[in-house]
Design a protein around this ligand. Structure first.
Ligand code: AMP
Length: 265
């Protein structure tokens, strides 16, 4: 079995060193050797052309991963919710989070946090907020960094199959595919109740709520066009040690497409 390569990218400005700077963009891939160069190129291009600005620091890491160490997960089923305004989108997000088992007050707090900018300076974080699904308390140790999900990607062929299947719904977009891979990994992790996400990309107003119980539900609008704020909140229950929780989110995994047709999914 051929080895795989984990490729990680982080771009920042306002401090050309490892720890500092404003987060601009990041990306994670897990690819075979033949795809490695293209993956590096795509992530570098993303870093250099992000709408949030030109980075003065880009960190690209390539790491070999033994094929035998890579697990498999089946992609969450995907559906869509219409939202004609940000208010409607937020109401849908709260409703879905509660349906997935998050306390109403925690769901509302998660939405409010992404609206205001979840980093301590009111900006975006590099990773995700980890929030207690019952109390709404933030659990991540570093609220500027949060926790990062790493070493996940679509299995070869699975992405093309999935795209063909969701094309009639207009969901065959790279951005949705990447987010679905990440959300599938987060939802499968012990302790996760649900995830809330919308992009920090000023030109992209959509987002989602995902959970093992409700699948990946894309919400058409969760912010105003032009807003540079966004982020992710992982709502958890029974997570004692956030470092252990994050360690499992970095275990290598390839996402498979459901082999059987299942209605609109
Ligand atoms: P994006 O959907 O790429 O615009 O990312 C939106 C937000 O999600 C970012 O601002 C980060 O806070 C968070 N995020 C992005 N990638 C990851 C990741 N691999 N793990 C955890 N959080 C992430």
């Amino acid at each position: 079995m051929d080895d795989y390569y984990s490729v990680r990218m982080r771009a920042a400005d306002g401090g050309a060193h490892e720890a500092g700077g404003r987060h601009i963009s990041g990306g994670e891939r897990l690819v075979c050797k033949e795809e490695l160069e293209a993956a590096v190129q795509t992530l570098l291009r993303r870093a250099m052309t992000h709408e949030l600005g030109q980075p003065d620091f880009v960190n690209l890491t390539v790491e070999k991963v033994a094929r035998a160490d890579i697990g498999q997960l089946e992609a969450l089923p995907i559906s869509q919710r219409v939202a004609h305004s940000v208010a409607e989108g937020h109401a849908a997000a709260v409703e879905l989070l509660v349906q997935a088992g998050v306390a109403l007050s925690a769901a509302q707090k998660g939405v409010a946090l992404l609206v205001q900018g979840p980093a301590p300076d009111g900006g975006v974080m590099r990773g995700a907020v980890v929030m207690d699904a019952d109390t709404g308390a933030r659990l991540e140790r570093d609220p500027g960094r949060g926790v990062r999900v790493a070493q996940h990607d679509w299995a070869p062929d699975a992405l093309a199959r999935w795209k063909r299947r969701v094309e009639p719904l207009g969901l065959d977009q790279v951005r949705v595919a990447e987010a679905l891979a990440l959300a599938t990994k987060v939802a499968a992790q012990a302790g996760t109740v649900a995830e809330l996400c919308w992009s920090d990309d000023p030109g992209y107003v959509g987002g989602y709520v995902a959970a093992a119980t409700i699948g990946y539900v894309r919400i058409a609008q969760l912010k105003e066009p032009g807003s540079p704020l966004g982020g992710r909140v992982f709502f958890v229950r029974g997570v004692r040690n956030v470092q252990d929780y994050e360690a499992v989110l970095a275990v290598p995994v390839l996402i498979e497409d459901a082999t059987a047709e299942r209605g609109v999914w």
